[in-house]
Design a protein around this ligand. Structure first.
Ligand SMILES: [Zn+2]
Length: 88
């Protein structure tokens, strides 16, 4: 059985750049908000469940407001399947 890490987004905040709309609010050809990439919300907290170590400490990973998660201190050659949420 291979090791898996499951990512869950556990907290969001409304994108302050577009007030949660996801675009600039233009009635004609609204432009996608550059900050949230059209999602209307920003990720403020994530939880990573490692099949080998359980819930990972915050020091084991980093993430940004778009929900991209970066694993820290993991061996490059380790076979880990990362399961990401389908969408924000
Ligand atoms: Zn936005």
């Amino acid at each position: 059985m291979s090791r898996t890490i499951t990512i869950r987004y556990t907290n969001f905040r409304e994108c302050p750049n577009c007030d949660g709309r996801g675009d600039d609010g233009s009635s004609w050809r609204p432009l996608e908000c550059k900050r949230c990439k059209g999602h209307g919300k920003l990720v403020t907290d994530v939880e990573l469940q490692d099949s080998a170590r359980g819930i990972l400490p915050r020091s084991a990973y980093d993430f940004n407001a778009l929900g991209e998660v970066f694993l820290l201190d993991f061996e490059e050659d380790e076979e880990i399947e990362v399961i990401r949420p389908a969408d924000l």
